[in-house]
Design a protein around this ligand. Structure first.
Ligand SMILES: Nc1ncnc2c1ncn2[C@@H]1O[C@H](COP(=O)(O)OP(=O)(O)OP(=O)(O)O)[C@@H](O)[C@H]1O
Ligand SMILES: [Mg+2]
Length: 277
């Protein structure tokens, strides 16, 4: 089947706009992780090699417990690798880099701080200009549909609202890299779609480099430039798929043949591994 005219146009535009050489922003080399516990060792990652380019959107899918969150925490400099290394912007990661924002699998907001003060936390920790970031925080709050809740405490919010607040917190200091661990898992389907579109807009307008972990194969295909499929624990990279669909993507595209074919291909790995989320 020949590609539709729309796809050809989109590809040509992409070629014209793309820089001659895309620079590698995140380099993951021979990365492994084994957790040492009282009950023995838990090997969680087999050697992983992966390059993520500046401005790229990479989604990671894989069975539960395969080491996705572990991979994210390693890239975020929150835990040390057992072997191998991660290099961000030419610098080896040995502590949490400044230019990274993180959305954890659960919102982890501080119970004694209001929504606004939780969102402003990275600004305080990094001692950035308060006034300009306060403006930014308020815009993010409006985008996330949290206006009116700035002075509430996390326990006064629903789970989905807490997670939206934690997404604002990851973006408030305008980091170059955003790491997201299942950020939309707790949201209802409609809000999740709205947040998907919003994340696509942020990526398009700001050129941020995004590493997103998700259990949703359609979400991965919808948002990403590349989808990384991980194998069961100890996880490694089972396959990488380029998502060659034109941008901006519309939710209706999920019904298109090319979209469905790619989603099916990604899903086939899960059946092959005898496990589906
Ligand atoms: N702090 C820890 N100490 C010991 N073992 C751990 C620790 N954190 C994770 N593990 C183990 O490492 C493996 C990978 O965990 P991880 O949280 O990275 O998986 P995941 O792919 O994110 O799973 P899920 O999709 O359910 O979130 C699991 O077997 C888990 O039990
Ligand atoms: Mg996880």
């Amino acid at each position: 089947m020949s590609p539709s005219p729309l796809r050809i146009v989109a590809r040509e535009e992409a070629r014209e706009e793309a820089p001659a050489v895309r620079s590698r922003l995140i380099e993951i080399r021979g990365l492994t992780k084994t957790y040492r516990t009282r009950d023995g060792d838990v090997p969680s990652l087999r050697p992983i090699d992966l390059d993520i380019h500046d401005g790229e959107f990479v989604a990671v899918v894989g069975p539960s417990g395969c080491g996705k969150s572990t991979l994210l925490k390693l890239v975020a400099g929150l835990i040390p690798p057992s072997q191998g290394e991660i290099v961000i912007d030419g610098k080896k990661v040995v502590e949490p880099p400044d230019d990274v924002g993180i959305v954890f699998q659960s919102p982890v907001l501080l119970a004694w701080r209001s929504v606004l003060r939780n969102i402003m936390l990275p600004v305080e920790v990094r001692r950035l200009d308060r006034a300009s970031h306060l403006e930014r925080a308020k815009k993010l709050i409006a985008t996330a549909g949290l206006t009116g809740f700035e002075n509430k405490y996390p326990w006064q919010l629903s789970g989905g609202m807490q997670q939206r607040a934690s997404i604002c917190r990851a973006l408030v200091h305008d980091p170059k890299i955003v790491l997201m661990d299942e950020p939309f898992g707790a949201l209802d389907a409609m809000t999740r779609e709205r947040m998907n579109l919003e994340l696509q807009r942020i990526h398009f307008e700001t050129g941020k480099t995004i590493l997103l972990i998700t259990h949703s194969i359609p979400e991965a295909v919808f948002l990403a430039d590349r989808v990384v499929v991980m194998s069961e624990r100890p996880g490694s990279v089972a396959a990488i798929y380029d998502v060659d669909l034109p941008r901006p993507r519309r939710l209706e595209m999920m019904g298109d043949t090319a979209f469905a074919a790619l989603a099916r291909q990604v899903r086939s790995h899960f059946y092959a591994q005898g496990q589906l989320d």
